[in-house]
Design a protein around this ligand. Structure first.
Ligand SMILES: *Cc1c(COP(=O)(O)O)cnc(C)c1O
Length: 367
C-alpha cells in the first residue's frame, strides 16, 4: 500500500453524484459566462466567509493582482510581502507595476513576522500582503495595527486558508481585500482554475467586478483598461457543492493534524506550532528537520509521498534575478527552504494511511 501526497480523484469520487449533477445542470442552462451559477456561488461564499461581498475571478493570482489594483496599488509603490511564500504573492505585486518588499517569517509559525513588517515600512509603502500559509492565519491583530498606524492597505493571501479563523472570525474581511484561489488542491478546490476576492467594502467589490470583465459595467462601454478574468459557471456550480462540505472536510484535516501532532511529539523533528488566536485549517502539514532530504528519501522508500513548500524562495528564483537579491539575504526563509517537508494531509486519508506515515516518521527518528 502506498500513501499518496495528494489524490484529487478520491475527493472527486466522494462527491461524484452531487458534482456531476451540478455541473450537468449548469451546462444545460445555455448560459456560459458569469450569470446565475456564478452569482449564487459568490453570495454563498461571502456568507461563509462572514464578508459583505464576494467577487469571483479566474484564479488566485488574478484575485491578488486585481485586488491590489482595486486598492490603487501601482508603479512606484512598495508592497510588503512574505519572503517565505508561493511566488504568486510576489508576482501579483510585480504585475501591478509595484515593488515587492520581502520580510522574513516568524520561524515558529512560518507566517510573516509583524515586527519585521513594521521595520520594512517606508514612505513609499502602500500595502501589506500577509499570507495565511499552510492554512494558518498570519498575526492579523499586529498587521492591522501596523497598517492603521501607517495608513496602509492590507490584502490577505488566503489561497491556503478557506474556513480558517482569526480571533474567532472567519478569514474573509479582516483586511481590505482577501484573495482566494480555488485551484483543485486547495481546501476549497474547483475542477480546474478559479479564484475570488472577498471584502466588506462595496466600492472595492465594484472595482474588482469591473476590472475582471474588460473594465466594463455596460456591454461595449469600457470605463478602465480591465482584464478577462471570470470564474467559469461550471466551476462555480462545482464549488457550491464543495463549499457545502468544506467544514466537514476541514474537520477531518484537523483530526489528521492532531493525530500527527501527538505522534511526533518525541519523533526528533520540529512539528508545526499553532499560533494563538488562530484556527488552523491544515492545508499542509509541514515538519522541519536539518535531515530533510534524508527524511524525504526514507519516506519515499516506505511508499509515502511528500512535497516541499517551497524549495526555492521567490528571491532566489531566476524570475527575480533582476531584483538583485543574493544568497543569505533572508536566512530564516532560506533555512526553511532547506528543512521543511510536507507530509500527506487531506480529508480522504484513512486512519491506516495516517498510521503508516506516523510509523515511518518515527522509524526515521529512531534510526
Ligand atoms: C495557490 C496559491 C496562489 C495562487 O493561486 P492560483 O489559483 O494557482 O493562481 C497564491 N498564493 C498562495 C499562497 C497559494 O498557495
Amino acid at each position: 500500500m502506498n500513501v499518496p501526497f495528494l489524490d484529487l480523484g478520491r475527493g472527486f469520487r466522494e462527491l461524484q453524484p452531487e458534482l456531476e449533477s451540478a455541473v450537468l445542470e449548469s451546462m444545460r442552462t445555455g448560459w456560459y459566462i458569469l450569470g446565475k451559477d456564478v452569482e449564487t456561488f459568490e453570495s454563498d461564499y461571502a456568507a461563509y466567509c462572514e464578508a459583505a461581498q464576494c467577487v469571483s475571478v479566474a484564479n488566485g493570482l488574478d484575485a491578488l493582482r486585481i485586488g491590489l489594483l482595486a486598492l490603487g496599488v501601482g508603479r512606484g509603490d512598495e508592497v510588503i510581502v512574505p519572503a517565505h511564500t508561493f511566488i504568486a504573492t510576489w508576482l501579483a505585486v510585480s504585475q501591478c507595476g509595484a515593488t515587492p518588499v520581502a520580510v522574513e517569517p516568524d520561524a515558529s509559525t512560518c507566517t510573516i513576522d509583524p515586527a519585521r513588517v513594521e521595520a520594512a515600512v517606508t514612505p513609499r509603502t502602500k500595502a501589506i500582503v500577509p499570507v495565511h500559509l499552510y492554512g494558518q492565519p498570519a498575526d492579523m491583530g499586529a498587521i492591522l495595527a501596523i497598517a492603521r498606524a501607517h495608513g496602509l492597505k492590507v490584502v490577505e493571501d488566503a489561497a491556503q486558508a478557506h474556513g480558517a479563523r482569526f480571533d474567532g472570525r472567519r478569514i474573509g474581511a479582516h483586511g481590505d481585500v482577501v484573495a482566494w484561489s480555488f485551484y483543485p488542491g486547495k481546501n476549497l478546490g474547483a475542477l480546474g482554475d478559479g479564484g475570488a476576492i472577498t471584502t466588506d467594502d462595496p466600492e472595492i467589490a465594484d472595482r474588482v467586478r469591473v476590472l475582471r470583465n474588460y473594465g466594463s459595467r455596460v456591454k461595449y462601454v469600457n470605463d478602465v483598461q480591465g482584464f478577462n478574468s471570470r470564474l467559469d459557471p461550471l466551476q462555480a456550480a462545482a464549488l457550491r457543492v464543495r463549499l457545502s462540505h468544506l467544514d466537514e472536510w476541514n474537520a477531518r484535516r484537523v483530526r489528521a493534524a492532531s493525530l500527527y501532532q501527538a505522534a511526533f511529539e518525541q519523533a526528533g523533528i520540529t512539528i508545526p506550532r499553532q499560533a494563538p488566536r488562530t484556527e488552523h485549517v491544515w492545508h499542509l502539514y509541514v515538519v522541519r528537520t536539518p535531515r530533510r532530504d534524508e527524511l524525504q528519501r526514507h519516506l519515499e522508500a516506505a511508499g509515502i509521498g511528500t512535497l516541499i513548500h517551497y524549495p526555492i524562495p521567490p528571491h532566489r528564483q531566476q524570475a527575480y534575478a533582476s531584483a538583485g537579491y543574493g544568497s543569505g539575504d533572508f536566512p530564516i526563509t532560506e533555512a526553511l527552504a532547506r528543512e521543511v517537508l510536507s507530509l500527506p494531509m487531506g480529508p480522504q486519508l484513512t486512519d491506516e494511511e495516517l498510521n503508516r506515515v506516523v510509523a515511518a516518521v518515527r522509524d526515521f527518528g529512531g534510526g
